[in-house]
Each structure stands twice: as C-alpha cells, then as structure tokens.
Design a protein around this ligand. Structure first.
Ligand SMILES: Nc1ncnc2c1ncn2[C@@H]1O[C@H](COP(=O)(O)OP(=O)(O)OP(=O)(O)O)[C@@H](O)[C@H]1O
Length: 278
C-alpha cells in the first residue's frame, strides 16, 4: 500500500506522458491486429505468460522450465510465421501522414483532366471488350512491381492507354502502373491473390488485380476481356460490375484528395518553397 502511495505521490507529468504513449501504442497495435491471425497469437502469448508466471509462483519447475524455453524459441518462430503481418504492420507505421507525401500531387484542374482521360480509356476498353489492368500506386511504393514491366513515364492519355492495351501489341499483357499524373510502367507482372476462398470462375487478371491490393494500399481497375465488365479491387476486396458513375466518383475522389492527403513533411516542404519564392 505504502509503495503504491509513494508512486502516486512521486509521479511526474513526464511519467504520465510516458504511460500515455505506451497505452496509445498498445491500443494502435491492438486495432491493427484485430480480426487477424495475429490477434489469436497475441491471446496465446498472454495466456502462456500468465501460466509461466503461475508455474513459477507455484514452484512447478518442470512446467516453468518447459514454458520458459518454449517462449524463448517461440519468438523466433513468430518472426518466421508472421512475416507477412509484421511487414504490413511496419508498412502501416511508414504510411503515417508525418512521413508520407500525397498520392496525387495534382492541382484540381490537372486532376480533372486525368479523370476524364481515364474514364474515356475504361469506357472504350469496356465497349470493345479489350482486357485492361490499371494499378494506382498510393503511399506504398510499387517500384519492384514496375520493374517487372517496361518503364513509360508518360502522361495519362486515353490514346496512350488504348495503345498499351490494344490486343497483340507488346505491352498489352500485364498491368499498367500509374503514379499521380504519370503512367509509370506497363506490362507489369502482379502477384496473384492468396485468397483461396475466391470463386473458381475468377480468372488470373482479376486474381492479379486483387493480389497487389493484398500487399499494398493501391487501387486496381480491371476491364474484363470476356465480358467488358469493369471491376475495382482495393484492400483485398473485389467489387465487380462497377457502373461508370460509381467509377468516376472513385477516381475523382482519388484525384481530388492530393491536398488533403499531404503529409506534414510535404506541407512543411511546400511552405518552405513558397517562402523561398517570396
Ligand atoms: N500475374 C499477372 N499480372 C498481370 N497481369 C496478368 C497476370 N496474370 C494474368 N494477367 C493478365 O490477364 C490475362 C489473362 O486473363 P484471364 O482470362 O486468365 O483472366 P480473367 O480474370 O478471366 O480476365 P478476363 O475477364 O479479362 O478474361 C493475361 O493475358 C494477362 O494480360
């Protein structure tokens, strides 16, 4: 009792901030792993920790020794088994707005033009039943994926995209990667989805479109060669048969969010640049 009172009396503002930060980080980690395999793992670890401490207090040394050793080697196993989740977690931290620039560095007018060109492309591919796969890079870089194709670095125009996807031309197979107002690369190979519960009728173009959204924060547009149907994949979910109004809304939202999505670092950099001009 004395000790608790001592601690309470000696507590400083710095200690409160310290505890607040730890509580916030734990809360964030919990929110991040909620409803994932890692949530079960965390529960398992907590139970093991409690049982280990109990066995120590009750002087059950064989159980204590076994659990302690298991915990030591278990840490290594966690890194191996949960490498995907750990990677996603670290990427999530890296995506915090402090560090990242906007996904679309466009002014409103340029953004509108891009949306028009994209709408014309998708409409035309869909009407002619030409297969198309377009990935919009956001905050997680897709350079490794872009390197599997051919670098383009061209403006987004319906003509250029139409040429790329035109059947039997060298770049028509694979995906186009778009970053901001530029076509970054074409003919790129995407990882296929790891979602085994997908309907068997879903082909490889759609699986590839989904796959890339499972490992990054990109948005993918798919035009089916077979049916002309347009679909969107985002965060590992496939939305099929999107109508043109819905699609335009989605693209407009993405291309108008440049200013809003700018990170603190980018805003600070912009302000400095403006001050320099003055
Ligand atoms: N891993 C991949 N990365 C990028 N593009 C891919 C990948 N796998 C397949 N594709 C593209 O998908 C095409 C094959 O599409 P497929 O017919 O198998 O799929 P689908 O989902 O049924 O599409 P569609 O409805 O257009 O027929 C390939 O020619 C290629 O252009």
């Amino acid at each position: 009792m004395e000790t608790i009172r001592d601690i309470a009396l000696n507590i400083r503002i710095r200690d409160l901030i310290d505890m607040g930060i730890v509580a916030f980080v734990i809360y964030k980690i919990f929110m991040l792993i909620r409803e994932t395999r890692a949530e079960q793992l965390l529960k398992g670890i907590l139970i093991l920790l409690v049982v280990t401490q109990l066995s120590k207090s009750l002087e059950l040394y064989t159980i204590y020794w076994t659990l302690e050793k298991t915990m030591n080697y278990g840490v290594i196993a966690i890194f191996i088994v949960f490498q995907n989740e750990l990677r996603k977690g670290l990427e999530y931290i890296g995506r915090t707005k402090f560090f990242t620039d906007s996904i679309v560095n466009s002014d409103a007018e340029a953004g509108e033009k891009v949306v028009e060109e994209l709408m014309e492309t998708i409409r035309s591919l869909s009407q002619q039943k030409i297969g198309g796969l377009v990935v919009f890079e956001r905050e997680i870089g897709l350079n490794e994926i872009a390197e599997t194709g051919v670098s383009i670095n061209g403006d987004i125009t319906a003509n250029l995209l139409g040429n790329i996807f035109y059947p039997n031309t060298p770049l028509h197979d694979g995906a186009v990667i778009i970053k901001g107002n530029k076509i970054k690369a074409a003919g790129c190979f995407l990882p296929l989805s790891e979602n085994y519960s997908l309907n068997k009728t879903i082909g490889t173009r759609h699986r590839a479109a989904l796959g890339i959204t499972e490992i990054s924060d990109c948005l993918t547009l798919i035009v089916s060669e077979e049916t002309g149907i347009v679909s969107i994949a985002e965060r590992g979910k496939l939305m099929r048969a999107i109508d043109m109004i819905e699609l335009k809304g989605k693209l407009a939202e993405m291309y108008s969010s440049g200013e809003k999505k700018k990170g603190m670092l980018a805003r600070w950099r912009n302000r400095n640049e403006k001050n320099k001009v003055k």
